[in-house]
Write a protein that binds this ligand. Structure first.
Ligand SMILES: [Fe+2]
Ligand SMILES: [Fe+2]
Length: 169
């Protein structure tokens, strides 16, 4: 295996830390939902936090396989206060849009340096982000539509099934 270029190491390092910070942020969303008695949303976001840790691990394993010790960076404090579930959902959506930009930046560095292994690694992430943005959009639209009395707690009971069915489409 050819030596990994420094700009690819820099991009993968930035991105695996972004995945860790996404995990941290999803945990905050989960806690907010838990205290608001939205237990379905709380469970769903807790699961997302776990998935973001797995994403980081895929990248750190690749760095280690290529002889590079991954460098963890400081994780900024996430937003913890929200006016409403809709504001919270839009924040998750914006975060996933930034994640997609970050993934694309890693891929771009891999293209420029002809790093085929990182290109293939990033194919999985590029596909994953299509799903992540899709469930965020569905979530925002379903919350916007849940305006009648009892609509939100009804949505909370079904949200995991809705969004997970979407992921497995
Ligand atoms: Fe991710
Ligand atoms: Fe994500």
């Amino acid at each position: 295996m050819t030596k990994i270029a420094s700009q690819v190491v820099a991009e993968l390092t930035r991105q695996f830390n972004q995945e860790l910070s996404a995990a941290h942020a999803y945990r905050a969303l989960s806690l907010w939902c838990e205290q608001a008695n939205l237990k379905g949303f709380a469970r769903y976001f807790a699961k997302q936090a776990g998935e973001e840790l797995e994403h980081a691990a895929k990248m750190t394993s690749h760095l280690i396989d290529r002889g590079v010790l991954p460098q963890e960076q400081a994780i900024p404090a996430p937003k913890t206060e929200f006016e409403s579930l809709l504001e919270l959902a839009r924040q998750a959506q914006a975060m996933e849009e930034r994640n997609t930009q970050g993934i694309n930046a890693v891929y771009e560095a891999a293209l420029q340096t002809k790093d085929y292994a990182v290109q293939v690694l990033m194919h999985w992430f590029i596909n994953e982000q299509v799903e992540e943005e899709a469930w965020c959009l569905e979530m925002v639209e379903r919350i916007e539509a849940a305006t009648c009395a009892g609509g939100l707690s009804d949505l909370d009971r079904h949200i995991e099934r809705y969004l997970e069915e979407g992921e497995n489409k």
